[in-house]
Design a protein around this ligand. Structure first.
Ligand code: CA
Length: 234
């Protein structure tokens, strides 16, 4: 396995336990004891596959680091798993403008952390655009033909709506910020704002009827296509 994990954690003992266990599981490990060292490692040509990030660091908050990782186009899609000591921080960590992919609350079992990391990496490595027709619950999408059916009834999407659906779909289970969607779906030169994203998501939802339940709003962050068609959705 050639998967690199970056651990940003100031507690030396915990950092060493994590380093040891991830190495034992076959990962390559980089570690940093503060945000500045973490950013230095994130500035290197080869990026880690995932970042484990402590919320409380001596030089800056994990929230701020996560926000910056998400804002930088180069690092925006790296999964971030946050280590938090206080459960009341979880809403902020997962929502609003921070956008971590997952979290564990201290104290945690290393075994559980390993499982979460494995799941996140698997999700992040999801395939690119499928070259054929796929089914997802009530939704059927023919990617090469740009055609979409809901409960076997075709719905006609504009090119932009189809791009939006495709972009959300290929990153199933992962939050897409409005900025990421703007970058990836819209022409960068287009005169659009993040509000445009909301408008088009609304229109897409109307057109895909029952399948709109798969397009989840992540409050204050953006949107996420459900990881599985049978997941409970809001
Ligand atoms: Ca800490």
């Amino acid at each position: 396995m050639d998967t690199t994990i970056l651990i940003i954690e100031d507690e030396k003992d915990l950092r060493e336990i994590l380093e040891y266990n991830f190495r034992k599981d076959g990962y390559r490990v980089q570690s940093a004891a503060n945000g500045a060292d973490g950013f230095h490692l994130l500035g290197q040509p080869s990026l880690p596959s995932l970042v484990i990030l402590d919320l409380m660091l001596p030089d800056m908050s994990g929230l701020e680091i996560c926000r910056r990782v998400r804002q930088e186009r180069r690092t925006a899609s790296i999964p971030v798993l946050m280590l938090t000591a206080r459960s009341e921080e979880i809403d902020r960590v997962m929502g609003f403008e921070v956008g971590a992919d997952d979290y564990v609350t201290k104290p945690f079992s290393v075994r559980e952390l390993l499982l979460r990391v494995k799941a996140l990496i698997k999700r992040a490595g999801a395939p690119a655009v499928p070259s054929e027709e796929v089914r997802f619950g009530v939704l059927r999408i023919d990617f090469p033909a740009h055609r979409v059916w809901v409960n076997d009834e075709e719905t006609v999407l504009t090119a932009l709506e189809f791009n939006l659906l495709r972009t959300l779909f290929v990153r199933k289970g992962r939050v897409q910020t409005r900025e990421m969607l703007l970058n990836d779906v819209w022409d960068i030169s287009a005169d659009v704002t993040t509000r445009t994203v909301d408008t088009h998501v609304k229109r897409l939802r109307e057109k895909i009827g029952e399948a709109e339940k798969y397009v989840e709003t992540v409050r204050g962050v953006g949107y996420r296509f459900a990881g599985m068609p049978n997941e409970d959705t809001k």
